[in-house]
Design a protein around this ligand. Structure first.
Ligand code: MTE
Length: 337
């Protein structure tokens, strides 16, 4: 197994220079002047020929379909999740939309431009497995049905960087209710799209595509578990997981799977993408815990994107009050790595 090649996003944050963020940011700010899609296109950092970069961006702009759900945003912020907590300001949107992990488009952070190739319409979401009646729903019908709201959540990547993001979307519990799971269903398996023609990372056969993640039904019914369909008061950018992704802020970021096409309710615990690749380092539960190090680096602190230093990491990323009860009686399980 070519595991050495799989470690791009696992690099501890010290391996990612602040300079690269700065370069990206400059390119983004330049792009902003030309309109929102150039924001995504602005992962042009590193391209020295400005004229061809601009021509490239213009071509991209012309080819990227606008998101038809734009009229739904912004949505009202839920006062129970109004901010990122003390001393945790909301991360600049240009950082959150340009410093991404989305392996389908490349095994590095600078995928925002490549991700514009993601076709977000037509898009359907299938609910199947151990439920009353399997169904496939068009994304725009689903968005019409669901109670959209905004929530500000912290996100802690296993690589020890973090951000604070205003997500728009709906509680995952609303989708579970729509699915009507049978009592035999204990877990939800979430599957990302497959489209190697447009998502070139999926041509890298050593990864077990499609990207799979899973939660227990109890986790999915917890009020914090959220399906995000937008950020910063706008539809979800492709690089952040359009048109819908998971946001489970008490777990490491790799659990928050992007661009979901299928939710399968199952009695068997699903095997996650990273768990299948490197089970010894990435377990199923993957809850944030500063006292349980990754096999190759400490998880005691984190570096907020756009901040100027490190801050201590909190148990369950600071959401222990809401979620610790989910794991009572499971102390024997590998809950944190
Ligand atoms: N989902 C898919 N389908 N593919 C991915 O590569 N990366 C994960 C997660 N969801 C990933 C994914 C990781 S490692 C992180 S940290 C977050 O997405 C990053 O989300 P962001 O790019 O919006 O910050």
């Amino acid at each position: 197994m070519l595991l050495k090649r799989l470690k791009g996003w696992e690099l501890p944050e010290r391996a990612v220079t602040p300079e690269s963020i700065f370069q990206n940011r400059r390119a983004l700010l330049k792009g902003l002047a030309a309109g929102p899609m150039v924001l995504s296109a602005a992962a042009l950092a590193g391209c020295s020929d400005e004229a061809s970069a601009e021509a490239d961006a213009a071509k991209l702009l012309a080819s990227v379909e606008p998101d038809p759900s734009s009229h739904l945003y912004p949505v009202k912020r839920n006062p129970a999740y109004a901010d990122g907590g003390p001393d945790r300001p909301i991360t600049d949107s240009d950082l959150a939309t340009s410093y991404n992990n989305f392996y389908e488009f490349g095994s590095h952070k600078n995928i925002s431009r490549a991700a514009q190739a993601l076709k977000i319409r037509p898009w359907t979401v299938t609910l199947d497995g151990e439920i009353a009646q399997p169904k496939t729903i068009d994304i725009d019908d689903l968005l019409d049905k669901m109670p959209l709201e905004e929530r500000v959540y912290r996100l802690r990547c296993v690589e020890a960087w973090s951000m604070v993001v205003p997500w728009s979307g709906f509680p995952l519990s609303a989708l579970v209710k729509l699915a009507e799971p049978l009592s035999s269903a204990k877990y939800i398996r979430m599957e990302t799209f497959m489209d190697p023609e447009n998502a070139k990372g999926q041509k890298q056969h050593w990864y077990p595509w499609p990207y799979i993640e899973g939660l227990s039904i109890e986790e999915a019914m917890n009020d914090l578990a959220f399906i995000a369909t937008g950020i910063y008061g706008k539809p979800m950018p492709r690089q952040n997981g359009a048109p819908l992704r998971l946001a489970v802020p008490w777990k490491y970021g790799f659990k928050s799977t992007k661009s979901i096409v299928r939710f399968t309710f199952t009695s068997e615990r699903p095997v996650s993408f990273w768990e299948e690749l490197q089970e010894s380092e990435y377990g199923f539960w993957a809850n944030v815990n500063p006292e349980v190090p990754h096999a190759r680096w400490s998880q005691a602190s984190e570096r907020p994107l756009g901040g100027d230093g490190k801050i201590p990491t909190l148990l369950y990323n600071g959401y222990a009050e809401q979620v610790a009860g989910l794991y009572k009686g499971m102390e024997g399980e590998r809950l944190f790595t």
